[in-house]
Design a protein around this ligand. Structure first.
Ligand code: PBG
Length: 326
């Protein structure tokens, strides 16, 4: 008997045939490496829940970026861990804060060969671990936080960042940042908005990476999205685009492929996805026990995120994937 599906079988017969008809192609240009840099470190420090990822010192950060560039990965997003934290997250906007110093050093060394992004938030810098300033009652004060985000954006821009990536989910953050950048001579700095960002259980290892613990066992459910909702994401994205976002992001990635696919269909702007720390850690944990082939599953997951509609993907696998593509 011959069945219509035999056509598909014929095209799967050899690796070369499969490559020829592949609908999705993943390459180094799709990858953005998230990198952590910690103030006052001499040596890189491992992060136990993110095997293979470290808190960098300033010099190990430059070495890591040099390796990424040599592998063809030319986009990175920086997260800073300050030596001391306070209620206002002062280190985030200090001209000599760790991320600003790192941006200047990377720009000096690599010029425009790399795309430098900086996560724009306060949680790594606040002693209470929230993404914004708190009221006397301990609630996140949206509008007061916008002023702080504007200061952070200006500091990152003056240090030489290409793209500010606000991740705090404050209402009006994109507009506030755009205005601050435009009025301080940084109208060429782009905004990648973490628009559809869910209150997820998958950020755990990241919190270890940046030494963040939310005060009093709190969470981010009042400002990040509820995972029961899809339409809400479209509204968040639309609002950020109206406010002036150049690109938008869905985060996490795998649990929200439906959101990505819908966003791809609805909006004609570059769309990013963040394969987050918990997604990376789960693969490593299972692979360590020999339960899955970690490299294969990483490739499968990151390809699926591209297939669902992401133009580029922030992933802790950026380096190992790039190595496997060589
Ligand atoms: C907030 C921020 C978070 C992540 C990126 N930016 C943590 C949070 O919202 O609690 C998580 C990234 C990851 O888990 O890999 N600054």
């Amino acid at each position: 008997m011959t069945f219509p599906q035999h056509r598909l079988r014929r095209l799967r017969r050899t690796p070369a045939l499969r490559r020829l008809v592949a609908e999705t192609r993943l390459g180094v240009d799709d990858l953005v490496a998230p990198l952590f840099v910690r103030e006052g470190l001499d040596q890189p420090a491992p992060i136990s829940s993110l095997p293979g990822v470290v808190q960098h010192s300033r010099s190990s950060l430059r070495a890591e970026v040099a390796e990424l560039v040599s592998l063809g990965v030319n986009a990175v997003i920086l997260f800073g861990i300050p030596e001391s934290k306070d209620a206002r997250g002062s280190g985030a906007s200090d001209a000599d804060g760790i991320v600003q110093v790192a941006i200047r050093e990377l720009r000096d060394e690599f010029g425009d060969r790399i795309v430098l992004m900086a996560d724009l938030c306060l949680d790594e810098y606040t002693d209470h671990g929230h993404c914004g300033l708190l009221t006397a009652q301990g609630e996140v004060d949206n509008d007061a936080t916008l002023e702080r985000y504007s200061e952070v954006a200006v500091a990152q821009a003056q240090a030489g960042v290409d793209i500010c990536a606000p991740s705090g989910m404050m209402d009006g953050q994109v507009m506030a940042i755009r205005e601050a950048l435009d009025s301080t001579g940084s109208d060429q700095v782009s905004i990648l908005a973490y628009s559809a960002k869910y209150a997820s259980g998958l950020y755990g290892p990241f919190r270890e990476a940046v030494d963040v613990e939310i005060a009093d066992g709190g969470d981010r459910k009042s400002y990040q999205q509820d995972f029961h909702n899809l339409r809400e994401s479209l509204e968040e994205i639309r609002a950020d685009l109206d406010e002036g976002a150049d690109m938008v992001m869905v985060k996490p990635a795998l649990t929200y492929l439906d959101v990505l696919a819908r966003a791809r269909f609805e909006f004609d702007v570059p769309l990013a996805a963040y394969h987050v720390s918990g997604e990376y850690a789960m693969i490593h944990a299972a692979a360590e026990r020999g339960w899955i082939d970690g490299e294969l599953v990483a490739l499968e997951q990151i390809t699926a995120i591209k297939r669902a509609g992401a133009d580029f993907i922030l992933t802790y696998f950026a380096r190992s994937l790039a190595e496997s593509f060589q």
